[in-house]
Design a protein. Structure first.
Length: 85
C-alpha cells in the first residue's frame, strides 16, 4: 500500500503547525508554560523568537506549517520508495 504524499504533507503541516499554535496560545495565557520548548524552537526557526507576542505566534505557526509539510512529504516519498507494490 502506498501513501498519498499530498495527504501526508497536509496532515503533517496541520499537526505540527497546530501544535506550535496551541502551545503558543497556552504560553500567552500562562507565561511559564512551554517556555523552554519555545526557546528551543526559536533556535531552529530564524525570525521566530519566544517573546510572547501575537506576531511571533503567527511566525512560529507559519514555520510549523511549512516544516510539517516538507517533513510529511519527505516521509511519504521515502515510505513509497521502500514499500513493495
Amino acid at each position: 500500500m502506498r501513501l498519498s504524499i499530498t495527504a501526508l504533507s497536509v496532515a503533517s503541516a496541520l499537526l505540527w503547525g497546530g501544535c506550535l499554535f496551541l502551545l503558543g496560545v497556552t504560553n500567552l495565557a500562562f507565561p511559564q508554560y512551554g517556555i523552554r520548548f519555545l526557546q528551543g524552537v526559536s533556535s531552529i526557526y530564524p525570525g521566530f523568537h519566544a517573546s510572547r507576542t501575537l506576531g511571533d505566534l503567527l511566525v512560529g505557526t507559519g514555520y510549523g506549517i511549512v516544516d510539517g509539510a516538507i517533513g510529511g512529504g519527505l516521509f511519504g516519498a521515502l515510505y513509497n520508495a521502500v514499500v513493495r507494490p
